[in-house]
Design a protein around this ligand. Structure first.
Ligand SMILES: N[C@@H](CCC[C@H](N)C(=O)O)C(=O)O
Length: 275
């Protein structure tokens, strides 16, 4: 491993990521997980919700490896994908229209200044309003996989939602084992917009925005006729993500996620950051 590693910090609607150009394999394969967990520790290191390695691809503009802040890998990350696209564009790795390889297939992206719109795979495993037994009560929940698994819970009062307590209990619930799930608390408003808060697997905390979670919230609420495309989702950062989709009964396709992807700074990680 090099002594210093160049990186950029980007924020997609408040979901923040360390992004490293790893096309020359400067981060070694053996200890990714510990490296990521160390670098993502807030106050002790650079700190972020996740870390992305941009690597060479034979079929697309690049390939990514995505890690949550605890060092675990995730198949997909909506905000991370938008940030990776902006990173690739500003660093000359791709043009404004690009595609890149992920574990859920090719993601295409369109960068316009600090806004990025990505096309994501169709959601699977949609199931609405089923009972879930918790320690102290039974809850009616929905679930959908938007690249990663999400549980969606409707609430009238997002500010009062017990995102950490309930989120953590559901994330580790036996019904969602062994992979676990992300947990969203969504409120629909009269104008068709949504407010969504997410407890994220692999961060093991609430994040300020979750792209795949907002897609899941939009799909579940659209299947209940409480919103329609394009759905604007207000996140905990105060920013909005916009979800575009087509719907035929309970089938959703042509899914796009759009929002800001801001470059906060670039710098050098020193060895102390990951030791
Ligand atoms: N923040 C992401 C989701 C990242 C992956 C997630 N924590 C998981 O492990 O499933 C997003 O914007 O979609």
């Amino acid at each position: 491993m090099l002594k210093h590693i160049d990186f950029h910090k980007l924020s997609g609607c408040g979901n923040d990521f360390i992004i490293i150009d790893n096309r020359k394999k400067i981060v070694e394969e053996t200890n990714f997980s510990q490296f990521v967990a160390n670098v993502c520790r807030r106050k002790m290191s650079a700190g972020a919700d996740g870390l992305i390695l941009v690597e060479p691809s034979e079929t697309a503009d690049f390939k990514w490896q995505f890690f949550n802040s605890d060092g675990t890998r995730a198949e997909m990350c909506g905000n991370g994908a938008r940030c990776a696209a902006r990173f690739a564009y500003v660093n000359g790795i791709a043009g404004p229209e690009m595609s890149f390889e992920t574990e859920v297939g090719l993601i295409s992206a369109h960068v316009i200044n600090d806004r990025v719109k990505i096309n994501v795979p169709d959601p699977t495993a949609l199931r609405t309003d089923f009972p879930l037994e918790l320690e102290e009560k039974q809850l009616s929940v929905s679930r959908v996989n938007t690249g990663v698994p999400h549980v969606i819970i409707e609430t009238d009062s997002p500010d009062d939602a017990q995102v950490i307590k309930l989120g953590r209990e559901i994330r580790f619930h036996k019904d969602f084992a062994p992979e676990g799930t992300n947990v969203n608390f969504v409120c629909s408003h009269k104008d068709g917009t949504l407010t969504n808060r997410t407890y994220e697997r692999g961060v093991e905390d609430e994040t300020l925005a979750c792209g795949t979670g907002c897609i899941g919230a939009a799909i579940v609420m659209a299947s209940k006729s409480k919103t329609k495309s394009p759905t604007r989702v207000n996140t905990r950062s105060g920013g909005y993500l916009t979800i575009h989709y087509k719907q035929k009964q309970d089938q959703f396709y042509d899914i796009y996620l759009e929002g800001d992807a801001r470059i906060i700074y670039r710098g050098e990680l020193w060895k102390d950051a990951w030791n």
